[in-house]
Design a protein around this ligand. Structure first.
Ligand code: 9MR
Length: 575
């Protein structure tokens, strides 16, 4: 499919919230302001104004103007903007804009589940498949897995969890942040002044655990948490209590490969401090959120978290190697001070123990800048501790709490300033280095910080910043492209995945509605990107091709950022 994305007038292809910011960007040779017109679906002009020339935009190398029609707030479908001889895609002005996305971004996780059949009644025939990696031939299975040679002499049952991304590896560090972001979506919905728990509650999402009395979003997160617990080294072995870094195929499998057809041997890789602390943090968070719903599970989570914490202490520097990347990603991380901080904070928030708080406050990370311009990530998790300390009710003394909250708001101010400098409105600087592998998750995670600043202060500027950031993801960008499958007039639909490989075989499904692509990556780290994108400006370093794994993969830790942001945006529609 050749997609025509040549339109120069770029909007959020979904649309805008009635009381939210409404901005568009037009690439034009003009240097003076140009007149824009807003039309309703009948072609009636309903607003007009003049653009703001922005000169050459660093991230796209385009001469651009911005258009601001925020003052127009009448809900409706099928609006279009025109300017400079260009007509935008039609879009809605609606308070319900993000409601479906809130659900679809989470649906992705169910379809990525390992070790359970994916049911047609929940997701439709196209996505239904037998359970993967339960050891049914030719599948070797995750139910009885040994280590790569020389690492351990025991075998573990590490079934379940979510497949990481386009591959079917399962990695504790990015599984950790992904599970955290789902849990945090629920936690925010509970505590934020505009939070809405009902749409995430039992019976509201399409998961098989319907009707179990537990919020569906917690059920989904639990599928991963149970897997994380299984990755813990059993008692009686060296490194007992630590977590194996990852489990994946011995060699990379072909595209496409359905999970149930994977015949490669699966192997556990060595435990790492980073994985152990991820387990400690996420299991501690799960313990407090499951307390009202499943006290037994809550106790089990807390026990695993404390064990992991105790095991990490005497082993502060067992790092996964960047070189360990055959058959699965490396997810190497040589600095785990941020993981120590995050785990200490989550344990403190759950247990309320002063000694844990002291350890968190004594960490250099507590006063460090944990909010880089490139956003927090699976590798940089200090922000997760800071955000939770700022928002989750605790016994943190008032003066400390004020400092923590100020650090979040200061970071949001910096993201707002960055955003103001970008003619496409992304909260990411324009320089090449910021368009790295998974840049859309940088944008989304910076949205999370701005949204949190709004939750803390109620100041509209942060809400507007978060919402405007969403516009970039949904088409107000230099490629005029929505990065989320099924959302917008032209959206990514050939993401790199062994499961959703319809580009290679039309009998296979496309990525499910609500799957976000990694996004522009100016480092060109795959052959297709090198062939097709060389010499392009950073924002243009993306191609919707299944083989471009460095720009166009799906991943649980990116969809979890989307899920959090979508849940926030949806909650702003009908406050
Ligand atoms: O998200 C990861 C990114 O930060 C790294 O730069 C990149 C290269 O190491 O790996 C990304 O993670 C991939 C993992 O290694 C393997 N499964 C797919 C992940 C998403 O592309």
């Amino acid at each position: 499919v050749v997609v025509d994305n040549s339109g120069r007038l770029r909007v959020n292809q979904l649309g805008y919230l009635p009381d939210g910011p409404k901005k568009a960007t037009v690439a034009s040779g003009a240097t003076e302001p140009i007149t824009w017109h807003l039309h309703d679906r009948d072609g009636q002009e309903v607003a007009t104004g003049r653009s703001t020339p922005r000169g050459i935009d660093e991230s796209s190398d385009q001469n651009v103007h911005t258009i601001d029609f925020s003052a127009y707030d009448t809900p409706g479908a099928g609006y279009t903007l025109t300017a400079d001889g260009q007509t935008s895609d039609p879009f809605d002005i609606s308070a319900r804009l993000y409601d479906q996305l809130r659900s679809d971004a989470l649906q992705f996780f169910y379809i990525q589940r390992s070790g359970i059949p994916i049911e047609a009644v929940l997701v439709g025939k196209a996505y239904a498949r037998p359970a993967g990696h339960l050891g049914v031939p030719p599948n070797t299975g995750d139910t009885d897995v040994g280590c790569v040679p020389g690492v351990c002499d025991y075998r573990l049952d590490v079934r379940g969890g979510w497949y990481d991304a386009g591959d079917q590896g399962k990695y504790v560090v990015n599984g950790g942040i992904a599970a955290y972001q789902l849990l945090s979506t629920w936690e925010r919905a509970q505590h934020a002044p505009t939070g809405q728990t009902a749409p995430l509650d039992d019976g509201r999402l399409r998961v098989p655990e319907h009707g179990d009395g537990v919020p569906d979003i917690l059920d989904e997160a639990r599928w991963e948490v149970e897997f994380l617990l299984r990755m813990q080294v059993p008692e009686g072995h060296p490194l007992a209590g630590m977590a194996h870094h990852k489990i994946h195929d011995r060699a990379w499998t072909d595209l496409p490969t359905q999970p149930q057809d994977d015949s490669q041997p699966r192997e556990l890789h060595a435990p790492s401090t980073a994985a152990t602390l991820n387990l400690a943090a996420v299991a501690a968070q799960a313990a407090r959120l499951f307390r009202p719903y499943d006290p037994g599970f809550s106790v089990r989570c807390l026990a695993a978290a404390t064990r992991a914490w105790a095991a990490a202490k005497p082993h502060p520097d067992i790092h996964a190697s960047d070189a360990d990347a055959n058959g699965g990603g490396a997810y190497g991380d040589a600095d785990v001070t941020d993981e120590f901080y995050w785990a200490a904070v989550e344990l403190y928030l759950t247990i309320g123990d002063d000694h844990l708080l002291e350890q968190a406050l004594a960490s250099p990370v507590h006063t460090a800048d944990v909010f880089p311009a490139s956003g927090f990530s699976w590798q940089a998790v200090g922000a997760l501790g800071r955000l939770d300390l700022a928002t989750v009710p605790s016994g943190l003394p008032e003066s400390q709490l004020a400092q923590v909250r100020t650090s979040v708001v200061d970071a949001a101010d910096r993201y707002l300033a960055t955003q103001a400098g970008q003619a496409y409105g992304q909260p990411l600087p324009g320089k090449k280095e910021f368009y790295a592998w998974g840049s859309n998750s940088s944008v989304l995670n910076n949205i999370v910080v701005m949204a949190t600043a709004y939750d803390l202060t109620g100041k509209a500027a942060y809400r507007d910043g978060a919402l405007e950031g969403m516009d970039y993801i949904f088409g107000r960008n230099a490629l005029n492209y929505s990065y989320v499958t099924g959302y917008g007039a032209r959206s990514a639909h050939n993401q790199h995945s062994r499961i959703y490989a319809h580009q290679l075989d039309p009998r296979l499904p496309a990525p499910p509605k609500g799957s976000v692509a990694g996004g522009p990556n100016a480092a060109l780290q795959d052959p297709v990107a090198q062939q097709q994108l060389t010499g392009r400006a950073p924002q243009l370093c993306y191609v919707d091709d299944i083989w471009s794994y460095s720009t166009n993969e799906v991943a649980i830790n990116w969809n979890s950022a989307l899920a959090w942001a979508a849940s926030f945006a949806a909650s702003q529609g009908c406050r």
